[in-house]
Design a protein around this ligand. Structure first.
Ligand SMILES: Cc1cc2nc3c(=O)[nH]c(=O)nc-3n(C[C@H](O)[C@H](O)[C@H](O)COP(=O)(O)OP(=O)(O)OC[C@H]3O[C@@H](n4cnc5c(N)ncnc54)[C@H](O)[C@@H]3O)c2cc1C
Length: 602
């Protein structure tokens, strides 16, 4: 047996951050600059984290190109969330937005510029001026490579601030002491296969999304929801996991994303009759309605026989009228993606697109400081000592049931910075580490022993593929109660198989089979929380659209089955019991008036 308590090395830091995407590196920057000893673990080189793939922009009401202010941004985000977002967190994010964008500018982020030297901003879905009246230019962009520019800027600043990176290290489990406080993580060093304990006064999870629980996804292959799996195994519930965003414009058949910035620049969606069908569904915002709206409209067109191609199973995104010059200047990556993944020159002809899994609105519950919170008898939001979460793996919740484009990069910056500040303050007051419990590595050793002990069993790859196809079939754009119930049964069966995964190759050095098997144990937590939370929510809200609960309405896609009286509440899924509890949505902003719930039309 290679793994035992005897051959684990131990290291100590003020803070351990798991994840070197935009959120993790924004937090680490704040901490390294404050002089703390910070370790950042990442499965891949920092600048290969999924943030690098973000294309369209960062939302902030700078008002550089059209009149704007944070009140409009706040209103749009609440409405976009279908009233499941917490309005205190949304106010916090929208007010902080200009500040974190200017911070980035001062760090040297190469934003596109207007002739007067200010940051270029493009329109984006669901972002409006004057409370829904017309689209506004709010997305701060660096061509269609905004995430690339942002991640490189943050990495360079972290190198300058002397953050320690542990590259190709995979965190496996949280270590909680008898009081329930988190005192560090266990991690495997991929190159050697060695097991380590990293002790910390504070642990921050920034592991990104779990988009790889679906078969067709815009997400990177590393997005396996590891932070969510770690939290779930350590007894922390997962919030609002039924809400998954389908991005309207994934390249049909390839899954690769074409940014909403295309439509921001003026691209339009067409059905097989050559009709700009969004005019019917969202008369004011048209192609720039929020993503849940546009995805449902596209699916509806396909269902009613107006899809394109031999199988009538996609619609078209038309860009050629923007002109080759604009396309090459503002959307150079989209041009390349067209050629490489669809064999289409978008300056000349439209490109086939379908709604594709893109983003998880739910995650590890936190407050606006990034502190992880759980329900106790006294409180819905009791802080877990020593544990923070930021970025896509967290649920603060600013996106509610549907995220607006550009609000994720913003969320990473705002809450990464806020968590960094809060942790630095905590560190000032707490000079000592809490002692490590005697059973610190037991959970991890058990998992490794199970994998290495079995000589026959399931292949990790087969189990992972079955998770993905099951989620794709039973938790898609349009859901039915019967299909979700079936999904719950199937995922429960697959969970049994996860426990029977065996490693054929038990070697230590760069054993990617072991890494993959460990990832599947995270995938299943994310998949089961999604399926169970979805089947339990008997309404339509945001991205959760269930035909059984649609009320008759003149509007073919508005989620008319929203049931605020019974369901305006956050779901909390508990892994140990595979059961749900709920907590109220915070409708009270910090300083302004609440946006009262109403029907969403655009
Ligand atoms: C193609 C695409 C385009 C997008 N475009 C936009 C956009 O224009 N605007 C916008 O606002 N949003 C956009 N989004 C969403 C946004 O980019 C993501 O939500 C965001 O970048 C996630 O950042 P993160 O810091 O949470 O995680 P990530 O950037 O995904 O980073 C996760 C990090 O965690 C590490 N990690 C994970 N598990 C472990 C582990 N077990 N041990 C150690 N390290 C681990 C990884 O190595 C990585 O460093 C886009 C998303 C995609 C997929």
């Amino acid at each position: 047996m290679p793994y035992s308590a005897k051959n684990i090395t131990k290291r100590k830091f003020d803070v351990v951050i798991v994840g070197a995407g935009g959120s993790g590196m924004r937090a680490s920057l704040q901490l390294s600059r404050a002089g703390l000893n910070v370790a950042v673990l990442t499965k891949v080189f920092p600048t290969r984290s999924h943030t690098v793939a973000a294309q369209g922009g960062i939302g902030a009401s700078l008002g550089n190109m059209s009149e704007d202010n944070w009140h409009y941004h706040f209103y749009d985000t609440v409405k976009g969330s279908d009233w499941l977002g917490d309005q205190d967190a949304i106010e916090f994010m929208c007010r902080e937005a200009p500040k974190v964008v200017y911070d980035l500018e001062h760090m040297g982020m190469p934003f596109d510029r207007n002739p007067d030297g200010t940051i270029y901003q493009r329109p984006f879905g669901g972002h409006t001026a004057n409370y829904g009246e017309k689209p506004v230019q709010r997305a701060c962009a660096a061509a269609d490579r905004t995430g690339h520019a942002m991640l490189h800027t943050l990495y360079q600043q972290n190198v300058k601030a002397r953050t320690s990176f542990f590259v190709e290290w995979m965190a496996l489990d949280l270590i909680r002491d008898a009081e329930g406080d988190v005192v560090g993580v266990t991690a495997i060093e991929m190159e050697t296969g060695d097991l380590h304990i990293l002790e910390a006064k504070t642990t921050l999870l920034a592991t990104g999304g779990a988009g790889r629980i679906f078969a067709a996804s815009t997400n990177a292959f590393i997005n396996t929801g590891d932070g969510l799996g770690m939290a779930a195994r350590a007894g922390i519930p997962l919030e609002d996991m039924e809400f998954w965003q389908f991005h309207p414009t994934g390249v049909a058949g390839a899954g690769v994303l074409l940014t909403e910035g295309c439509r921001g620049e003026g691209a339009i969606l067409l059905n097989s009759n050559g009709e700009r069908f969004m005019e019917r569904y969202a008369p004011t915002l048209k192609d720039l309605a929020p993503r849940d709206f546009v995805s449902r409209a596209m699916d509806q067109e396909i269902k009613e026989g107006r899809g394109c191609g031999p199988n009538k199973d996609y619609v078209l995104l038309k860009l050629d009228h923007l002109g080759a010059e604009t396309i090459h200047k503002r959307l150079p990556s989209v041009y390349e993606i067209g050629v490489n993944f669809a064999n289409v020159d978008i300056t000349r002809e439209p490109i086939p697109v379908v709604p594709t899994i893109h983003y998880q609105m739910g995650g590890i519950p936190t407050n606006v400081n990034g502190q992880v919170v759980v329900q106790t008898r006294e409180s819905h939001n009791a802080v877990v000592g020593g544990l923070y979460a930021v970025g896509e793996c967290s649920c603060v919740s600013v996106h509610g049931a549907n995220r607006l484009g550009t609000n994720s990069l913003l969320d990473l910056l705002v809450f990464g910075r806020a968590a960094g500040n809060h942790i630095a303050e905590f560190n000032e007051k707490n000079r000592e580490h809490k002692p490590l419990p005697a059973d610190a590595a037991d959970r991890t050793l058990e998992r490794l022993a199970r994998l290495d002990g079995a000589s026959t069993g399931e292949y990790a790859q087969d189990v992972a593929n079955d998770i993905r196809s099951t989620m794709q079939r039973h938790a898609g754009v349009f859901r039915t109660q019967a299909s979700m119930d079936e999904g719950v049964r199937r995922i429960a069966e697959i969970r049994q198989r996860v426990g029977a995964i065996a490693l054929k190759d038990k070697s230590m050095v760069f054993n990617t089979a072991r890494i993959e098997a460990l990832e599947v144990e995270n995938l299943i937590e994310c998949a089961q929380s999604t399926m169970v939370s979805a089947a339990a929510r008997k309404e339509c809200r945001g991205a959760h659209s269930v035909s059984d609960y649609e009320r008759p309405s003149d509007d073919p896609v508005a989620p008319m089955g929203r049931n605020d009286a019974e369901w305006m509440k956050h779901s909390l899924w508990h892994s140990q019991t595979n059961s749900l509890t709920y907590k109220p949505v915070n409708l009270k902003p910090l300083t302004v008036e609440s946006v009262p719930p109403k029907v969403r039309t655009f």
